[in-house]
Design a protein around this ligand. Sequence first.
Ligand SMILES: [Cu+2]
Length: 444
Amino acid sequence: MATRNVYLKIERIPDYSPVAPDMHVSPPIVYARDCMRNMGHEDGKIPDDEVAARRLTALIYREYLDPQYLVPKPDKLIAADVNEPPFTRRVPGTVIYARPGDRLRIHVKNGDVQPHSFHLHGLRYGIDSDGSWPFGTQSDDGRRSDEICPGQTWTYTFEVTEETIGAWPFHDHYRNIGADVNRGLFGGLVVLREKEHEQLSRFPYPPEFEKRVQEILKQLEGRPHKPQRTPRACGSGEMSTVAKAMHGRMSMSGHMGGGRPMPGQAVERSETPAELFPYLVALEELAHAPQPLPRREHLLHVPLFFHQMSGFRGAPVFQSAPLNPGGNYTSPKFTLAATYKYICGIHGASMAGSVTVQPGGPSTQTVHIVDFAFNPANVTVGIDGQVTWINDGPSQHSVVESGGDNLPSFCLNGRSFVGNTPTILAHAGQRIRWYVFNLDLGMN
Ligand SMILES: [Cu+2]
């Protein structure tokens, strides 16, 4: 059997909206669409408050090309999906193609702040590669197959045989599997005969790009490694809310490397070596550009995942700038029935209020801000209503919606509503093969 190594890293995608996964898009991609013009979307668009209400911190298995997890694999999930976001903002993270005769060694590194695992259906494996908690195994150094702690890695081994030709899902199987699968922590493995691999689309790297990257990776291999910080033991307590918020902000800054690990931050950010930096920047840019469609005589491979996306929403649905005395702020139009809690961004949760949006409510409401309260603290508006805050106090204040559970979304490949979901562009007469994965666990 030929051994093939696959490198997956569990990573978060902050502020992911299944109706607008990527903010930096260029035509033909247009997100926040509903081409079926469902209720509330009669103009074919999804309003801003709904785009925000569907946001969550997504989790994915991102595939890398090297054992140091430095260079992400940029290939699209569906080459012919003209709506697919780049690998940086994509759910699920990857689809792996294998062939009979492969011995797959899937190295899973946990870059999240909670433990996770990896569980694959369909292929043959030993008990050390099952990954379903609490039936895992433990290595001599204390790592577990069913509980990969933040910063740790586990290697799962699978044998690919003739009988396993087909499409198989994988997903996190640590404790609360519903919650993490519903954040995007799943993917697919497709076993194809050798000859079918020739027609798989590949990422259009510029000439010499791959060669140069491989050379740099090779040089880096010889370099002495910085001592790894001992990964924090599982069950040693959750991160504080502040540490979590700091971690979130750090990952949102989008810089590769540079930042020093913050106190309380469970995951060490691997520092991107300077030599690689321009290549990774170029890779991201290329992945944002439209890519050539597969040739007419090639079969289109279309892996499609049905699933839900639900989880914690960190990004506020509404938020003012700091308001000087006498200043005011008007919310966006609220199009969804919901209750939003908010606080003063300057003085914190001791100044709190709520906005309830319900059909039949008034179209406007005014809230007076004084030192140190919102008056009235709780207001109700109708659909398409707006709230205006006026700072009547002597101090500066602000209005920040405090987040909570998101509005759950039914998705195809991490995206919701026609116009955002996969849009397959094929040549007349071209054959399409659909691989359909049902990851809808029906748990909420
Ligand atoms: Cu205040």
